[in-house]
Design a protein around this ligand. Sequence first.
Ligand SMILES: [Zn+2]
Length: 173
Amino acid sequence: MGMKAATVATILMPSGKAHLRMEAMMLILWIACAVVLVWKDQIALLHAGLFAGAYIFSMLLLSPDLDLAKSDAFHRWGILRWLWLPYAWVFRHRQMSHHLLWGPLTRMAYVGLAAVAIGALVRLGWRETTLGSQPPAASILAICLGVYLPNLEHILADRLTTTWRRKRRKHRL
Ligand SMILES: [Zn+2]
């Protein structure tokens, strides 16, 4: 993992509010697509709802900028914001946290681990409620897509709005 300074990036990146505005606009587009797909019986209403819920959760609370302890997303966690201090400490700004695959995966794993740890601490009935019945694959897919898209949009916006590039280019788009 590179340990070079990334200070240039922090000056050139879009603000948290600019990200939120753009991702909210994209959500309207995604919901319009989902409405058409539900109307055409291509997907279930439940899955469209799960997607939208996961998207909003990810847009507000799983921003790649959680790698900064002063970011909007960090503050949106309220009294639970301290949970992200180790994450912000471990992940340097706009490096692994902004990777198209590892970024979202690290945050989902992080939230999952935090939920399990807190659940174990307060002894919630996690087993009965969440592990009792296996959720169908389509629901999981809808949630993953909802979590992933805001991250993808954020990272692309970061990359497009700055000429700063250090990583090797992968011509995927
Ligand atoms: Zn960012």
